[in-house]
Ligand binder design. Sequence first.
Ligand code: ATP
Length: 350
Amino acid sequence: MFELQISNLNKTFQNVQALHQVNLEVSAGHMLAVLGPSGCGKTTLLRCIAGFEIPDSGEIRLGGKKVFGDGLNLPPEKRRVGYVPQEGALFPHITVAQNIAFGLPRREKRSKRIDEMLELVGLPGLGERMPHELSGGQQQRVALARALAPSPSLVLLDEPFSALDAGLRATLREDVKTALKEINATAVLVTHDQEEALSMADVIAVMRSGACIQTSDPVTLYKYPADIDVATFIGEATILEAAVCDGNIVECPLGDLLPVAETCLKNCDKAVIMIRPEQFVIGKPANGTVSGRVLKTTFFGHDSLVHLQLDDHLGGHEIQVRLLGTHHYQPGEPIGLKINGEVMAYPVMS
Ligand code: ATP
C-alpha cells in the first residue's frame, strides 16, 4: 500500500517551472530521498506535499486519501504530515518537552508521549533543557521528536543534517534512520548529498529542472543510472568515449575486456562509457589486462586514489582508481588494469 502518491504534479512561479509532471509513490514504512542540484524543485515538492504551496495541477494522496486535486486542497493541519526543517526549528523560549508537546492534542497523555519520543531519538531525561543548552545534533533530534510526536502519516525532512559537521551528520543519519524504522514511519528526505540519499533511503528520486529523471532503489540507481548526468551526480565515475558499430562498442581505450550492461546503442556511432572507481582492479601487467603507468597516489585514510595513465596505443587516457587501504605504487610503475563487473554505456547522438 502506498502512503504517498503524487501524479502529474506541476507548479510554476512567474516564469519558472519548479515542478514538471512529477509522479512519485512511496510505500508505507519506506523512506524516499529526493535528490538533485540546487534549484531543481526539491523544496517546492516538499512544500506542495505539506500543503504550504498550492500546485497548478496534478494530484496528491496520503494514505490513499486525496489531499490535493480536482478542486480539493486540504490545509496543512488536516494532512497529518510532520515537518523537520534544516535548522532553527525549535521554539527558543520553551523547553525541549514543551517543544515536543507543541503539536499534541491536549487530551493526549502528553508527558508519556514526550518521554517516548525522547527515548526514541536517544535523548532520555533532557526534557527540561532549553534548546540553547543542546548541541546542534541534539536540537535536530528534538526537531524530529516534535515532528513524530503526533504520529503523522508522513514525515518530511528538508535537508535536516546540512548544518551539522561531517562526523555528526553520519551518526545522526544512522540514528534517524533507526528511529524512523522503529516506528515504521513513512518519510520523504530532501537532500543534495548523494551519500545521504544512498545510505538512508529505500527509494531515491533524482530531480533535474523540476522533473523526476529517475526513481530507483539506491543500488540500481548507482549501478544503472539513467544518463551520464545522473551517473556523475550520484558518485565518482570515469567517463570514456567509444566508437559504436551496429549497436556494439568497437573502439574503446579499455578494449574488448569491457563487459557492457544492456544498453540501447542501436542508432548511434558514438557512446560514452561510465565506470565506477571501485570497478577497477589493478596489479602487475599480465595477459588480459590493459596496460598503463602510475602517475601518483593520493592517500585519504581509509582509501587511496591511484592516478593512472593508459599506454599511448590505448589513447593515453588518465584514470583514477579508488582502492581500500594504503598502497605504495610508485610514479612511473607499470600496471595492468581490469574491470570488475559490467559498465554502463550511453549513446551520443551526433
Ligand atoms: P535548494 O537545494 O537550493 O534548496 P531546491 O531544489 O529546493 O533548491 P526550490 O527551492 O524548490 O529548489 O526552487 C525551484 C525553482 O523555483 C527555483 O528556480 C526557484 O528559484 C524557484 N522558486 C521557488 N520558490 C519560489 C517563489 N516563492 N517565487 C519564485 N520562484 C520560486
